[in-house]
Ligand binder design. Structure first.
Ligand SMILES: Cc1cc2nc3c(=O)[nH]c(=O)nc-3n(C[C@H](O)[C@H](O)[C@H](O)COP(=O)(O)OP(=O)(O)OC[C@H]3O[C@@H](n4cnc5c(N)ncnc54)[C@H](O)[C@@H]3O)c2cc1C
Length: 464
């Protein structure tokens, strides 16, 4: 897209920075790409650390990745960013063995080997035709399930729930023991979830996995170290002026700050962005305010003896447990998650449980989780209780997005309606598939648009 160059804007560019609001992967990727292109850029972050939902905390020698944990080789744009940051040596290809619990047993399969579905004994032989149909659909739809899109192509598939797709194209075994546990990875259930989420996650999971040594936030801490990030800076308003933007922010104990800038990128969850940008079009604000995030509660357990389970994660179909979705074995994902001889496990719930227990204190959540382990996997419950040396409860209010059928079509319309020439550009996981790589892609798109606005020229995709 083009618009008439404005020499005044070009002149401002060298004097005034672009302000990025939010130091998650979306915001910091945007900031880094702008900085690479020679633009002064400042990032304002509410918390005392950058990273957002790609952040790690260390406690008693355990590295707990607080949200994003699983990264896949087909995160092409993330791999490119890692290369551009010159930190490839901090990554490694990781174990991708997944377990699915059925009838009190764990069936294990390698994520990138669809035929393991059959070999693992998870599904009966009668499900082989369904498996073949699923692989055929994934091949047919591959071009529409891409990270670098605005999900517009995927929207054409968004006509039914994952459950309805499973019933129409697969079989009940597949629905109950593959589609259902896969949806637990989004804290959801197939009757709620668009088929696009299932189809999107299958090729993603059908891939090799990679990760960072010790902690997933190596990427975000590297970005933060190379950028001007102002932490404990809570932005309260972003407004467009006649030739730029004005950003208001506060920090405890200081008078309110007001900064002028050439443009701003607001890289926050949609409902948070809606509260900060009252000047956006009413339809935009309405969409942002209603992005259907669901909450998450998950509980880490550090244990002083490594359990024998070799999988990175074990998924629980609802037939096995109604609330518990996944237990991850973080020490099996990648090195450095637990001290030598110890292990780190994490229990995740489906979102209705997180909603019901949101106000419970951490001790109650921990006690309930032990009880649920005893119901869902008694041997693992015994191991955790006998060897526990640390527990930690993490909550996210805006965790991931519950996309129902039709939501991707609404997302496409929303993306298409955004003004590429606005001095306030949006980025974040709600503009694509709710995961780190698509957040990063929306940050790159916002950076490209801001460059076009402040320089008055077109910038080719991929050349932010
Ligand atoms: C439990 C969980 C597990 C997940 N697992 C995976 C996974 O395995 N793989 C994967 O790819 N993705 C995963 N995701 C999704 C992924 O973490 C997110 O999609 C992605 O990190 C979002 O990045 P973002 O930059 O869009 O938003 P965020 O990371 O939320 O960044 C927004 C930033 O803005 C800051 N902020 C908020 N309000 C203000 C304000 N007023 N002023 C200034 N700053 C503000 C926040 O503190 C935050 O740092 C998971 C998410 C959750 C919750």
């Amino acid at each position: 897209m083009t618009h008439t160059p404005n020499p005044a804007h070009t002149a401002r560019e060298s004097k005034e920075p672009v302000i990025v609001v939010g130091a998650g992967i979306a915001g910091m990727t945007a900031a880094f790409r702008l900085q690479q292109a020679g633009h002064p850029v400042r990032v304002l972050e509410r918390e005392d650390r950058a990273g957002g939902r790609m952040r790690t905390v260390r406690r008693r020698g355990y590295h707990m990745d607080l949200a994003a944990i699983l990264l896949i080789e087909n995160y092409t744009q993330m791999r490119d960013l890692v290369r551009d940051l010159d930190i490839e040596d901090t990554t490694l290809r990781t174990n991708n063995l997944v377990g699915i619990r059925r009838d009190g047993r764990v069936h294990r399969l390698r994520a990138n080997r669809p035929t393991d579905l059959k070999r693992s004994g998870l599904l009966p032989w009668s499900s082989v035709p369904a498996m073949v149909r699923l692989q055929a659909d994934l091949r047919k739809y591959a071009g529409r399930l891409r990270w670098n899109s605005d999900m517009g192509e995927a929207a054409t598939l968004d006509t039914e729930t994952a459950a309805a797709y499973a019933e129409r194209r697969l079989d009940t075994e597949f629905r109950d023991y593959v589609v259902d546990p896969m949806s637990a990875m989004f804290f959801n259930s197939p009757p709620d979830l668009s088929v696009v989420n299932f189809l999107f996650s299958m090729p993603a999971v059908n891939s090799e996995w990679f990760n960072f040594h010790d902690r997933v936030d190596t990427l975000t801490t590297t970005l933060a170290a190379r950028l001007d990030v102002e932490t404990r800076a809570e932005v309260t308003q972003v407004e467009e002026t006649s030739d730029g933007v004005r950003v208001h922010w506060r920090r405890e104990g200081e008078p309110e700050h007001t900064e002028e800038a050439a443009a701003a990128i607001v890289a926050l969850p949609g409902p948070v962005a809606a509260g900060l940008c009252p000047g956006l079009a009413p339809s935009t604000l309405d969409y942002l305010a209603n992005v259907p995030y669901v909450p998450d509660i998950h509980v880490y357990f550090g244990v002083d003896r490594v359990p024998s389970e070799p999988a990175t994660c074990v998924l629980f179909p609802q037939r096995e447990h109604a609330d518990l979705g996944v237990i991850t074995f973080n020490h099996n994902f990648a090195p450095g998650r637990a001290p030598q001889g110890h292990a780190l496990l994490t229990s995740y719930y489906r979102y209705p449980w997180a909603m019901a227990h949101w106000d419970d204190d951490d001790d109650t959540v921990e006690a309930l989780t032990h009880e649920i382990h005893r119901q869902a996997w008694p041997e693992m419950a015994r191991h955790i209780e006998a060897h526990q040396d640390m527990a930690y409860v993490q909550r996210w209010k805006n965790a991931v997005i519950l996309r129902k059928p039709g939501d991707y079509a609404r997302l496409r319309a929303f993306n298409q309606g955004l003004d590429p020439r606005s001095r306030i550009q949006l980025a974040g996981d709600y503009l694509g598939f709710s995961a780190t790589n698509s957040s990063l892609v929306t940050g790159e798109r916002a950076a490209r648009r801001v460059r076009e606005v402040v320089t008055g020229g077109a910038v080719a995709a991929g050349r932010v």
